[in-house]
Design a protein around this ligand. Sequence first.
Ligand code: GLA
Length: 731
Amino acid sequence: MNILFDKEKGIFKLDTENTSYIIALTDEEKFIGHVYFGRKISDIDVSGLMRIDENPFVPSRNNRDRGSFLDTFPTEFPGCNVGDYRESAIEITDLNGHNCVDLRYQSHRICHGKPKLEGLPATFGSVQDCMTLEITAVDPVISLEIILRYSIFEGLDCVVRSCEVVNRSTDSVFVKRLMSMSMDMDQVDYELLTLNGSWARERHICRREIGYGKTGVGSTRGESSHQEQPFMALVSKNATQEVGEVYGFHFVYSGNFLAQVEKNQFDSLRIQMGIHPKNFCFEIPSGKSFVAPEVVLVYSHEGLGAMTRTYHDLYRKHLIRSPYKDKKRPILINNWEATYFDFHTEKLIAIAKEAKKNGIEMLVMDDGWFGYRNDDNSSLGDWFVNEEKLPGGLSYLVEEVNKIGLKFGIWFEPEMISPDSELYRAHPDWAITIDGRTPCRMRNQYVLDISRKEVRDYIYSLLSAILHSANIEYVKWDMNRQLCDLGSLGLPVANQGELMHRYVLGVYEMQDRLMHEFPNLLLENCSGGGGRFDPGMLYYSPQIWCSDDTDAIERLSIQEGTALIYPLSTMGAHVSDCPNHIVGRTTPFETRGHVALAGTFGYELDITKIPPEDRAKIADQVSDYHKYNALVRTGDYYRIASYSENHLYDCYGVVAKDKSEALFTYVQVMNGANRHSRRIRLQGLACEKRYRLEETGEIFYGDTLMRAGLHIHNMWGDFQSKLLHLTAVEG
Ligand code: GLA
């Protein structure tokens, strides 16, 4: 890892282990050009790639065609309305109502370590771990400064970018668009890969051509969303798990985002990622600044798999802060699918007792314990224990559960308010609404305006009081609707466009407080399943509920898309009852266990009621969890086959960093008549090591297993699965 600056030529070069990122300044005007990002190269001066020696030339040589120049110049951070008609990275309105930004290099700084992004989640690292380049660009006419930040990490092929706008003028400016990164590059027949879906089928992998004009994904829902993930990758047409070029871009933010590629008249691409400009207008008063969230750029010349492993390592080492990130999580049982709202202390205790007998370690009480919430029509905001359901209150229940030998966890939805709640009757103005309009309900609830400090403080104080009232060791923080009717009584008329971002900052502030006040609390974020599964939330919680769809087969595609960029240790995954509550499918209990092992692992069923033959299998699943979790949590992930592509079977695995052990999971989704056994070529093993397959005792060299493959015999029935555990043997 190193960051170089060639002073004479005005060139910056950031080198990671296998990649280079090069930025160059033009001689006189000091435009900041993007030269190269890709596989590591040795030369620093490749600024010819910017084509400034070709027509229409830099303005200092041919000012007659300044517009043409700016419209094609590969820039690091395009201003606006000065001749570049591609998308701007920044748009502002100054006091005169003008919207021009023309940025030129002013200064730079290279340092070890990485500065914090105030109020925002961000990757972090020590002075040994990472290095940062800050380039300051200015528009002297409006006294606007932009600091472009780039950090690189030891041993990881990624560049993390963000920016800050500083208003040095004497009046406020309003930022209407601010991308955290922009990058121009030649089109080399890349395709666009994104993760799309909906509630209960989040993050399905989707690959498409990049045509002329603009294409991309985004969210304007106030959260990163079930529908589109703040991620995109440009992949060469031949890219598979093991070969091809891949450029990944992932946004460390939990609100509205835009991820876009623009292909222009010369077949070059402008890639941008940042807060979605829709409904965004943020005032920067004189002397103040605005910090944009960061984007993680990962380049791989060895296919998608290498990109995946870089994201996993970066997030595990440099994004998740929770002390749990390196620890085995307690196996939990959650009562949501077991009881929904219909529970009371005795029922929970009965579940806890049976759970304990089977090796489960924590009971999580889900929605319905507060106010008079017996369905989803009331009480959000009234975070007071319903003593009719829980006589003796929380402390009695938690003590009893602890006596049984289980930890206790609880569900909250702190950002919401039910129209039928004491809180709403007392503070109707605390909901995000517009005066004179009938506010839109979703799941019969409104969103609390947590951009307002008094609202945040009130809700936080209730949450904190509950957590202090009993020995609660886990919180599931839910968020079950998206934002609309965007009006805040906490903001002046001119600043209403700040609401969506301030809302997200409010969530971050509350979760930060929670982490500091309860440093040992295990926090799991959630949003109607996986509607806010993003790197921003991972900064606060080491795990996120992946999807409300717990069906093992539906989960294959959801977990495949999620694991493309997120470590397995972050994916909330549970074994639930059948027929599955979302799709009505019945799958074998073993398969449900095998699929859930690829995540945090837990149960979401009434253990007192499931068939005894299923219950009898829990002990084995629990022992598998203890046996494999360290490997699953810390190892390298390999995707072998994808059910979403072949519609027949799925296979993925985790290999220990030192290659001494591996666990592959094979799921035969559909059986077929009269078929050969399937040959699976494994990945990630050491060629020269010999591995023993636990199931059969056979021993093979790694190269045999990877090049020739392993036979998987057909299993009887659909939805069958098996674990293939390999351990390296001596000699
Ligand atoms: C969301 C969550 C579920 C459950 C319910 C409770 O849908 O994703 O797991 O907690 O809310 O209302």
